[in-house]
Design a protein around this ligand. Structure first.
Ligand SMILES: [Zn+2]
Length: 80
């Protein structure tokens, strides 16, 4: 007689494609969307300033020179 063990679902790790608004933001107020002109004001979640960049909560990569990269691959420049 076989034991009915609890089967662990194989799809535990969801591999969501990096789409906008799929980032989990715990901040309040929540960080701006990547489409927002204020997207670079999101919280820094990974500071690599020694390498000249950091990653923001909404997935934006912000560079020292004012340029930034959105999760969907757009390379933009901060105004001003
Ligand atoms: Zn956030």
């Amino acid at each position: 007689m076989e034991d009915i063990t609890r089967t662990v679902p194989t799809s535990v790790t969801r591999t969501d494609p990096p789409r906008r608004s799929t980032t989990m933001c715990d901040h309040s107020p929540s960080c701006p969307d990547t489409d927002s002109s204020a997207c670079c004001t999101a919280h820094v979640v990974a500071d690599h300033s020694e390498q000249g960049w950091c990653r923001l909560c909404n997935g934006v990569i912000l560079f020292d020179d004012g340029g930034y990269l959105t999760p969907d691959g757009r390379a933009l420049k901060l105004a001003g």
